[in-house]
Design a protein around this ligand. Sequence first.
Ligand code: MF3
Ligand code: CO
Length: 249
Amino acid sequence: MVICRSKSEIAKIRRACDVVSGVLAEVRRAVNPGRTTRELDRVAEEYIISKGAFPAFKGYRGYPASICTSVNQQVVHGIPSDYALQAGDILGIDAGAVLDGYYGDAAITVPVGDIDGELINLLQITRAALMKGIDQARPGRRVFDISHAVQQHVESNGYSVVRDFVGHGIGTHLHEDPQVPNYGEPGKGKRLVEGMVLAIEPMVNTKGFEVKTLSDNWTVITADGGYSAHFEHSVAILSDGPAILTEWD
Ligand code: MF3
Ligand code: CO
């Protein structure tokens, strides 16, 4: 069942999203060759707690950390570890916070030091695909209008979009209805109405869209060894269009 949020509920979701925006900014500042992803997780957790919030991912279905850190061929749900980042890596940082019972969720993918031109392009296209999807998040459109806009931008630039993981509604739970796939036929899916809040999150691969999950039961990697990028915003559908509740660049 899709939930429509009141203005005061959206204000509460926005406060959680402000914490998420702050975490992404803090973690991104700490990204450097030599840093371990576990150190980044500690930066994130301390920041979230200092804001009186709680890391939404920690303990979610047994997830062991406060953020997801997904490097290079890792698509999403990389678990922070002793891996030391290297110049030339790309790092996906996904963060969630719950504050006063309301959730925020967002992700960015950032370069570590200087990266290859092809990877710069991957980051730009993934991010632009998210923005194309967000532009469809308006009353009267349908869920798959978002999906289609994302897919269209990704595939017309020669990349592929992951099928096995999707965006989602967000509010008093991390994951609510509806699912928001990053591929689909325009004009299909549930109608979007004012008050819906969606986490839109394209995952884009340089090669095929197929992915697999490692034996840690979390880390998702590309099946063919291609690189992958992920960007996510929590977005409220207002009468006059999309309002991005999280913030990064
Ligand atoms: N942004 C991701 C999602 O919405 C992150 C979830 S990680 C988890 O699914 F640990 F919470 F599962
Ligand atoms: Co999400």
